[in-house]
Design a protein around this ligand. Structure first.
Ligand code: NA7
Length: 533
């Protein structure tokens, strides 16, 4: 007999809700969390300026009307500390702490076919058995520090944004080198520039960034969304991205240029990335349509940045808007107008090494007191591969996915019975409002476990045929869009040697939910169910 019904790996948004949902269904469950606090992504990414790019009214749990009424978000886009406070409130309110075990890293999970249980090994030391494991490891938790020769010789401190010291870092008056200009680099740069003596931004690829127009919620606004929250959540479930977006319903290429410009101007003024991607029906499917957005955004950069050469370097080229995560910032571009911020183009003169006093590119040397890596993550599969997962016949997940991840519905993998993945590859995951997707996955998993238990089944495993059919669908949709046209972490291009495959389901959260529900209603079609032992 297993120690627990379910082990959940991670105590971020997934682990916290999974403990609540599975426990409420009468199951014994424990979440193991490597960090010394709950929050996952929002625990680790505590660098200055860390903020969610989905509005707080969307980026919150919908499972409890009482919770959504009693909690007040202070700002339109929630900052990291406020998200952590929210998650603590949830853990307090639902009494989850006894089943959230901190400072415990799951290092291995091995399937035992004889007992239909998983043996879960943790650091430091203990092993537990469980009927099911739920991977709530997040998509962006395995950090990536580039292999930079000489880094160990650098005499100052260096940091990765995702392991920021909890006590903060004082860069007052210092010469700081920032490597990376993705969402994170763009968020942290103005914060460092505000105090540093000089900030050098080492840019390999310029990214598109739109304004946040972040601001406190007005009381009247909050009242309004709280009054219709139930309907609003339903609308979110029926959407593509898990957030209602007011599209024009028209194609950009069939809209007169002045009308199109007007639409973009309104969205620029209102702030936020999703309204741009959803403005016209063809922006994410037709490169020429996407170019109309890209041209508009490049014009805004040229308008904001005083030095024309710097502005041109900041203008992204060569990939469609949205194909790399669309960044959001209210002050990134304007920051380059201050005399103490230098943009260093490491596309034309690559970064070569660190030396005791700073960083060296193919063109120059930069004397630095500190280096900040905002160089991202071994995304999506990285956190799963960090655990030694061994399924049926002792095959590791790493072996099974050597050519790229393969799942059925993004939630299960053939060869790995009774293992569920939340927002994994093959699901809308990173292309959706994460919290909405997490809730949908967790509820589907809860219902699946309840079904198995009540029908006398002990094991559930995706069939290879169902998995193949699903991945074909996922790939077919993805390659009809502009998303695979960039070297992004979405396709693993940021990690040397990683297979370049696009594995997110882009059909939208509504159709995805429908399919998951249909599979369940048909007695878990595409899965093999085995009687309990
Ligand atoms: P990202 O989006 O992966 O950005 C990483 C940045 O670091 C990006 O500008 C990279 O340039 C740069 N990078 C990575 N490796 C190197 C090396 N070796 N040399 C120079 N520059 C490098 O990570 P973020 O943390 O910003 O954002 C991740 C997600 O978190 C984001 O999409 C949101 O969903 C939240 P590159 O573009 O590869 O040329």
């Amino acid at each position: 007999m297993a120690d627990l019904d379910v082990v959940v790996v991670g105590a971020g948004f997934t682990g916290i809700y999974a403990v609540h949902a599975l426990r409420s269904a009468g199951l014994t469950v424990r979440a193991f969390e490597a960090g010394e606090g709950i929050g996952g992504t929002w625990f680790w990414n505590c660098y200055p300026g860390a903020r969610c790019d989905v509005e707080s009214k969307d980026y919150s749990y919908a499972f409890s009307p009482e919770l959504e009424q009693e909690w007040s978000w202070s700002e339109r886009y929630p900052a990291q500390p406020e998200i952590l406070r929210y998650l603590h409130h949830v853990a307090d309110k639902f009494g989850l702490w006894p089943d959230l075990q901190l400072n415990t890293r799951v290092t291995a999970c091995a399937w035992d076919a004889d007992t239909s249980t998983w043996r879960v090994t943790t650091e430091p030391g203990a092993t537990v058995t469980a009927r099911f494991v739920v991977m709530g490891v997040g998509n962006l938790s395995q950090l990536h520090v580039p292999d930079l020769p000489g880094l160990d010789t650098f005499e100052g401190p260096w940091y990765h944004t995702s392991r920021w010291p909890k006590e903060g870092v004082d860069f007052s008056g210092q010469r700081v080198g920032l490597i990376g200009t993705g969402s994170t680099g763009i968020q942290i740069a103005p914060e460092i520039a505000a105090v540093a003596g000089h900030l050098y931004v080492f840019q390999r690829t310029a990214n598109f960034a739109v304004p946040n127009r972040n601001r406190p919620w007005q009381d009247a606004e909050e009242r309004a969304f709280k009054e219709s929250y139930r309907d609003y959540r339903q609308e979110a479930r029926q959407s593509i991205l898990g957030v209602p977006v007011n599209g024009t319903g028209k194609a950009a290429l069939e809209t007169p240029a002045d009308e199109r410009e007007q639409v973009y101007r309104e969205r620029w003024k209102a702030g936020g990335g999703m309204p741009f991607l959803g403005a016209f029906t063809d922006v994410l499917f037709v490169r020429e349509a996407n170019d109309t957005v890209a041209d508009f955004m490049r014009d805004r950069i040229r308008e904001t940045v005083a030095d024309p050469e710097v502005a041109e370097l900041l203008c992204p080229t060569g990939f469609p808007v949205g194909a790399k995560r669309l960044c959001q910032s209210d002050d990134y571009y304007a920051m380059f107008n201050s005399g103490h911020v230098t943009l260093v183009d490491i596309r034309s003169a690559p970064l070569e090494s660190a030396y005791p006093g700073g960083l060296k590119t193919a063109a120059d040397s930069y004397e630095l007191d500190a280096i900040v890596f905002a160089t991202g993550f071994d995304a999506i599969t990285g956190p799963l591969f960090a655990i030694d997962i061994r399924g049926a016949g002792g095959v590791t997940l790493r072996e099974a996915w050597a050519h790229g991840p393969r799942t059925y519905l993004g939630v299960a993998a053939a060869g790995f019975p009774n293992m569920f993945i939340v927002t994994g590859p093959g699901s809308p995951g990173v292309f959706s409002n994460m919290v909405l997707s997490i809730e949908q996955h967790v509820e589907w998993i809860r219902d699946c476990v309840a079904y198995l238990t009540s029908h006398g089944y002990g094991a559930v495993e995706a069939t290879t045929a169902a998995q193949d059919e699903w991945m074909e669908l996922v790939t077919g949709i993805a390659y009809a869009t502009v998303f695979p046209l960039a070297d992004s972490w979405y396709i693993g291009a940021n990690i040397p040697g990683k297979p370049r495959v696009f594995t997110s389901y882009l059909g939208g959260v509504a159709s995805y939910r429908e399919r998951c529900d249909a599979v369940a209603a048909a007695g878990y079609e595409g899965f093999t169910l085995a009687p309990a032992r």
